[in-house]
Ligand binder design. Structure first.
Ligand SMILES: Nc1ncnc2c1ncn2[C@@H]1O[C@H](COP(=O)(O)OP(=O)(O)O)[C@@H](O)[C@H]1O
Ligand SMILES: [Mg+2]
Length: 260
């Protein structure tokens, strides 16, 4: 079982799209795949047709029970989607309050890691979609994952978000036994604009070439269509440019040796 967290302390850079697209490909390739929504906005939860404002069972209960030291079977909260091999652990908007409630409680950083470990054998791949702010939820995702994926929109302002994310990783690494393995994924690349090409050049100069993925995710209007229909793009339109790019990215990620 491989666990990826998808995070960037900037919104609108393609985090949810990256998680859903990679998970969509894996499920289409008959891999049992789980997506976990840790964003209080619940974009991923909404994508699969659930309402994060009125969910009775969500990842919220997982943290509540852990805080109260009560046993919890995470399978009670996992839901099948209408797609084969693709499952969802939904978010409710209530998770926005978890930082205040549990932020200072001991042991709250490992709740997700412990729960996901119990899913070994049940899933081949797990994607954890993070909120754009550093807090107890992102800390949980970073502690639970084998590798962190950082989608970065190829525009200048987005590089600030990447720098912030990299300093977060440095901070986290001080408390870890082995450094967190991360991959930087350039997204929404529009090769017709000079700004995008320049931004990419800066990224290639400035960031670790081992971390920066060579697969560029292009701008593709089909992402919006697929999201309107609530279907992962690789299932909605496997031949689209966006789908093809995420498939190449998936191959590159799977080729990397990552300790579990
Ligand atoms: N490669 C892309 N091309 C075009 N639109 C995209 C692409 N990636 C994401 N989007 C769109 O951009 C918006 C923000 O993407 P999203 O994945 O929700 O970002 P985040 O999760 O980082 O906030 C969404 O409307 C999504 O459909
Ligand atoms: Mg999102």
């Amino acid at each position: 079982m491989k666990i990826w967290a998808v995070a960037n302390q900037k919104g609108g850079v393609g985090k949810t799209t990256t998680a859903i697209s990679l998970a969509g490909w894996l499920s289409a390739k008959n891999k049992r795949t789980l997506v976990v929504d840790l964003d209080p906005h619940g974009s991923m939860t909404s994508y699969f047709g659930l309402d994060p404002d009125s969910l009775e069972k969500s990842v919220y209960q997982v943290f509540q029970k852990a805080a109260a030291k009560q046993a919890m079977d995470i399978n009670e909260v996992i839901q099948a989607t209408r797609f084969d091999n693709l499952f969802l652990l939904p978010a409710s908007t209530a998770i926005a309050t978890l930082d205040k409630q549990l932020g200072t409680k001991e042991g709250m950083g490992l709740v997700l890691a412990k729960q996901l470990l119990g899913l070994k054998g049940q899933f081949d791949y797990i994607f954890v979609d993070c909120p754009p702010m550093l807090g107890v939820l992102m800390i949980n995702a970073l502690a639970a994952c084998n590798q962190l994926l950082i989608p970065v929109q190829t525009e200048h302002l987005a590089l600030k978000g990447l720098d912030r994310m990299l300093s977060t990783i440095n901070m986290i690494n001080r408390a870890r036994k082995s450094p967190l393995n991360y991959a930087i994924i350039p997204t929404m690349f529009d090769r017709r604009t000079r700004a995008a090409i320049e931004c990419l050049r800066i990224m290639q100069k400035k960031y670790d070439p081992k971390a920066l993925k060579r697969t560029l995710i292009p701008v593709d209007t089909k992402f919006r269509e697929a999201s309107r229909d609530g279907v992962p793009l690789p299932i909605y339109s496997p031949q689209s440019r966006g789908s093809v790019a995420y498939n190449l990215l998936l191959d590159a990620l799977l080729a990397e040796p990552i300790h579990e």
